[in-house]
Write a new protein. Structure first.
Length: 271
C-alpha cells in the first residue's frame, strides 16, 4: 500500500510538472510580444525598433491607440505585454487613480518643453515686468512653472509642481523680476510669441511654427527628466528576458540615429 501510494504521488507530481512547465517556459522565453503605442511619431520609431529586436529573436507587434486611457488599461488587463506612450508623471497619476501594478522599465523619447523668445537671447536679458506666456492646462502649465523655477526666474511653494501636485501661478512665492504670466491655450502660444517677451511652448507646436529648440530657446527641460517618455510593463514582467530585449532594441544606436535624423530636434532620445 505504501509503495502504491508513493507511485500515485510521483504520478501526480509529474502530471503537475507537465501542466506547469510549458507555461513557465513561455513566460520566461517569450519571443512574441504586443506593445501599445500612440498614433503618430511612435509608429515610425517602432518600425525601426521592430527590425532591431527581430535580430535578437524578439518579434514585436504594435497596437496603436488614439487616446491616453486605453493603453494602461489594456496592459493591466493582460491584452498587451508593454506600452510606450506616456511619461512618468502620467503613469503615476494613473496608478494613483486606478491602482495599476505597472512600472517603467526604460526611457524612450522626450518632446522637451522650452521657453522661446524672439526678443532676448538668455533669461538674464528678460526685463522686469516682462510678459511670459505659459500653457493654461494643468499638466503643461505645471511644466512651464517648473522650467521657469529651474531657470531661476520664480520660486514655487514647497511641495507643489512635483509628485502629482500641479503648480499654478498662485503657487509662486517669489517673483523678483515681477514677471507677468499670461496663460494661453498651448496651440496659441507660438502665434502669440511676437507679442510676448518669451513663452513656454510644447515641442510639437514649436516645430510646426518653425521654431528651433537649439536656436530659439532661453531655457529647456532636461531630456532625461521626469517628463521623458517611458516603456512600461506589468510589475511581474519587468525582469523578464523579453522586457530587457525590448528596452535594448529601443536603446540601440540605430533607433537613436533615426530619431535624431527624422525629427530634427522636435523629439530627442531620452536614453
Amino acid at each position: 500500500m505504501h509503495f502504491a501510494a508513493s507511485i500515485k504521488r510521483i504520478a501526480a507530481v509529474a502530471a503537475l510538472a507537465l501542466a506547469v512547465t510549458p507555461h513557465l517556459a513561455y513566460a520566461q522565453d517569450k519571443t512574441k510580444i504586443k506593445v501599445g503605442i500612440s498614433v503618430g511619431s511612435a509608429e515610425a520609431i517602432f518600425d525601426v525598433v521592430k527590425k532591431v529586436a527581430a535580430r535578437d529573436g524578439l518579434e514585436i507587434q504594435t497596437v496603436v491607440f488614439s487616446d491616453y486611457l486605453q493603453p494602461n488599461a489594456a496592459l493591466a488587463a493582460g491584452d498587451l505585454d508593454a506600452n510606450a506612450f506616456q511619461h512618468r508623471p502620467y503613469l503615476e497619476s494613473q496608478i494613483a487613480a486606478r491602482g495599476y501594478k505597472i512600472v517603467p522599465v526604460g526611457l524612450t523619447i522626450t518632446a522637451p518643453l522650452g521657453i522661446y523668445s524672439r526678443k532676448v537671447k538668455s533669461v538674464d536679458q528678460l526685463p522686469n515686468g516682462a510678459n511670459i506666456g505659459i500653457q493654461n492646462d494643468p499638466s503643461n502649465g505645471n511644466r512651464a512653472l517648473l522650467l521657469l523655477q529651474k531657470a531661476g526666474l520664480i520660486k514655487l511653494k514647497p511641495g507643489v509642481g512635483e509628485n502629482g501636485v500641479n503648480a499654478t501661478p498662485l503657487d509662486i512665492i517669489d517673483n523678483p523680476r515681477k514677471l507677468k504670466l499670461i496663460e494661453l491655450d498651448a496651440a496659441q502660444l507660438p502665434r502669440s510669441l511676437d507679442d510676448l517677451a518669451a513663452a513656454s511652448i510644447n515641442n510639437d507646436y514649436a516645430y510646426k511654427a518653425g521654431l528651433s529648440l537649439q536656436k530659439d530657446t532661453i531655457a529647456v527641460e532636461d531630456p532625461r527628466g521626469r517628463y521623458a517618455n517611458i516603456i512600461a510593463t506589468r510589475a511581474e514582467d519587468q525582469d523578464k528576458p523579453w522586457a530587457r530585449k525590448l528596452v535594448q532594441a529601443y536603446h540601440s544606436e540605430e533607433v537613436r540615429k533615426f530619431i535624431e535624423t527624422e525629427f530634427k530636434g522636435s523629439l530627442v532620445p531620452a536614453f
